[in-house]
Every structure is written in C-alpha cells, then in structure tokens.
Design a protein around this ligand. Structure first.
Ligand SMILES: [Zn+2]
Length: 394
C-alpha cells in the first residue's frame, strides 16, 4: 500500500493552526471594537436580527443620544426612517447632523443629499429643491441634479427642467435629448391652450432641434397648422409622421381624415389611410378606416374591408371590429345573436386592447407620451397589447 507523503499528512494540523490564529486575531479585534460601543447598540442589533425594527430603532436612538459621534448610525437610521415613510423623523435625524458645526465637508454634503431625499419623499418639493441646489459643487452634484430634474417635472416647471437636463448632459451623464424634446412639447401645449400659436411653433421647432425624431413635436406642429386653418400644411406634416414612425400613423389618422374632409376631399383622405393600412396593419388605424368607409361608401364596403383585415391579420381586436360592422348591418333576427357575441368579445378585448408601458408594464386605455406609472417618456409603443403580443410570438 502506498503511504501518504509526510507533508500531506501534516496539512490538516497546519490549516487548523492557521484558522486558530485567524480566529484569535478577529475575536481580539472585535472585542476592542465592542468595548467602545454602548450596550444599546447590541440590543439594537439583536432586535434587528429578531425582526423587531421598531424596538431596534429605539435602541439605536439611545446609542445616538449617548454617543453623538456615531455619524454613520445617524445616516443608517435616517435612511431606515425614510424607507418606512417616517419622513419627519428622517428629516430630524439629518437636520440634527447638519446642525453640527464640526461636521466634515464630505459628510455635510451627504447629510444635505439625504435631507433633500427626505423632503422629496415627504412631498415638500420647495425644500427638496433648496437642499439639492446647495450641492452643486459637491461630490453629490450629479445625483442632486437628477433629483432636481425629477422635481421640476413634478412641478411642471418645464423651462427649469430643460436647464437641468442640459446641465446633466453637459456633465457627461448620457443623452437627455428625448426628454428635452418632450419638455418643449409641454411648453408648446400650454401655448396652444392659450392660443399663443407663434410661441407654440417656436417650442415645437426647438423640440425637433433637440430630437429630430420627435413624433410628438411633429404631430403638434400639424395641430398648430390645423388651428391656423392651414389644412394642406397640416396634411403634409401628418404625412411626415408616417415616414418617421409607421406605428404612430394611427395617432394622426383621424386628424388626416378631418383635414381632407374640410378641404372637400374625403375620398382622397380615405384612400391615403387605406394605403397606410395595406402597408402596415394596425388595429387603431383599421378602426378609423372602417368608420370612414362606412360613412363614405356604405356598410357593405366596410364589411368587406373588415373581413379582409381579419383574414390578413387574425386577432380578437380585429374580430371585435368585424362584429361591430356586421351587427350594424344585420337583420333584426340576427342582430341579437351578433350583439351577444360582440359584447362578449368586447369585454375581453378591453383587457388586451390597452397600451402597455415597456418600462414598468403599466397599462392604459389611452395613449400617453409619459407613463403615469413610472414617469418614463415615450415608453408606450403605439400598439395595443394584443398586437404587440402577437408580434412577439416565435
Ligand atoms: Zn411605466
């Protein structure tokens, strides 16, 4: 039998010895540390480990009272309070730190940054803004600027938001052109609401300069042309939407048709929309085209079109539209049955016919440029969820 080499036989003893020394060193270090900590600190830890956060907080507050030097514990507690929604206590914690004349500059900046977040969480936007503004030359400057941008959007202070986004961009934190274009659109919307059409146009041009692919700015430029009574110009602008982003065409379909009608050329408008529909099926576009076809050419033409669309891209949403057309033209004896089926399908398509935020999954009946769930800009694809799901199938 082969014997084990002598050095291998010794290995367990050597390893044991090394472990023993390491443990002694660690324990000695811990003991030195722990002697300088008040017993409430360990009580607090114990409560935390036993999942009793309220009692843990009381114990830690005791530590802070006994030993005001424990700056990190202040931060930890402040954070804990804020996360639990106890913003008043978090604010007091951080104000307490800031009131210390001997607080080092780095920690003063940290405390101010935390205080800003406390105010933001508490909804005290003015105070949050004031806190974050004081950090522009600290190491928290970029993060503070991010929060300022968030605050200006909540306050709908779009000019300030543009300034903050541009500063962030200049500091090298990625492109903010997409949202800057939306801020200009928001300013343009206020101008349109107050019939300041020149101002609106200026903002929209600025929006397109920030993001030349801004579909929203283009659509709104068309709306301004409509308000000015320039339907021909409006149609030209709306056509550019389709060139820029085909899926967004459905958003301007109704507007295009209306402009053609005002010019006395409804058939031309309908023909144009049908060519878009042939090029790229869209449930929203189909709805507009079917309604217009029924009005301009009668129910039978609409039925033929709805049937074609259903066969070409079968979906429950297309079926619901087909049944709508069929129910309208059915004989009274058949209509009752058709309406029962149509209502059943409609109840279901209400759920699958929504727009879904690609960032947070929030669903909305209406198309939004900004998600009401996560506040992201342009996170809704202009397609209904069933359309998107069917596109994603293998
Ligand atoms: Zn979202």
């Amino acid at each position: 039998m082969d014997s084990i080499p002598w050095w291998l036989a010794l290995a367990p003893f050597v390893l044991f010895g090394l472990g023993w020394v390491a443990a002694r060193v660690d324990i000695r270090h811990l003991l030195t540390e722990s002697r300088s900590l008040p017993s409430s600190y360990f009580q607090g830890l114990n409560f935390l480990l036993n999942e009793q956060p309220d009692r843990a907080i009381d114990a830690f507050i005791e530590v802070v009272k006994l030993d005001p030097e424990t700056i990190e514990l202040h931060f930890a507690l402040g954070n804990l309070f804020r996360r639990r929604g106890e913003t008043e206590r978090a604010i007091r914690m951080h104000q307490n730190l800031l009131s210390r004349p001997d607080l080092p500059a780095e920690q003063r900046g940290h405390a101010m940054f935390e205080l800003g977040q406390d105010y933001l969480k508490a909804g005290l936007l003015d105070r949050a803004e004031e806190a974050f503004r004081q950090l522009d030359s600290s190491s928290y400057a970029t993060e503070a600027q991010r929060h300022l941008l968030e605050i200006f959007q909540l306050e709908k202070e779009w000019n300030k938001a543009i300034g903050a986004a541009e500063e962030l961009q200049a500091s090298g934190s990625g492109s903010h052109q997409l949202r800057i274009a939306h801020f200009h659109c928001e300013l343009a919307q206020s101008a349109i609401n107050e019939s300041r059409l020149d101002d609106a146009e200026r903002e929209l041009e600025a929006g397109l300069a920030a993001n030349r692919k801004s579909v929203r700015a283009l659509i709104m430029l068309g709306d301004v042309a409509v308000q000015r009574g320039l339907d021909e110009d409006a149609i030209a602008v709306f056509k550019r939407v389709d060139q820029l982003s085909t899926p967004h065409t459905a958003l301007v379909a109704e507007r295009m048709l209306d402009a053609h009608r005002r010019l006395g050329r409804p058939t031309e408008g309908l023909k144009l929309l049908r060519s878009y529909l042939d090029a790229s099926p869209s449930i929203d576009l189909l709805e507009v085209v079917l309604r217009a076809t029924a009005e301009e050419e009668g129910a039978e033409a609409a039925r033929v079109l709805a049937r074609e669309a259903l066969h070409r891209a079968p979906s429950l949403l297309a079926l619901a539209q087909y049944l709508d057309v069929r129910a309208q033209m059915a004989a009274p004896s058949e209509r009752d049955d058709l309406e029962v089926v149509r209502n059943l399908i409609h109840n279901y398509t209400r759920r699958i016919g929504r727009y879904t935020c690609s960032n947070c999954g929030f669903k909305a009946r209406q198309f939004h440029w900004q998600c009401t769930g996560c506040a992201g800009w342009e996170t809704y694809p202009p397609r209904r969820s069933e359309e998107l799901d069917s596109q994603n199938l293998p």
